[in-house]
Design a protein around this ligand. Sequence first.
Ligand SMILES: [Zn+2]
Length: 103
Amino acid sequence: MKKPKKVNRYCKYCKKHQEHEVSVAKKRDRGSLKKGSLPRLENRGSGTKGFGNHGKYSRKAKSAWKMSGAKSSKKPDLRYKCKTCGKISVQGKGKRAKKVEIK
Ligand SMILES: [Zn+2]
């Protein structure tokens, strides 16, 4: 899928159409945990003599499941940055694509 670098789009902060810069959001690292925080996890089993997490992490990681990663296309997470106010808005509905090119 090819996308233009600049698009005229409605900005909900300026309340009118403005020029927006298109970019693809990158995955951000939040340590080894994907959900929740470490203090919460440590708290979870603290009632039972300080060990265990009530089965929260007894299942294998999602990437180890049989069907995970079976599809070759993904919906890209497109972000639109308003040139006037600098606010970033997210696309409403994405379309599947194997590769995204912004030019
Ligand atoms: Zn704006």
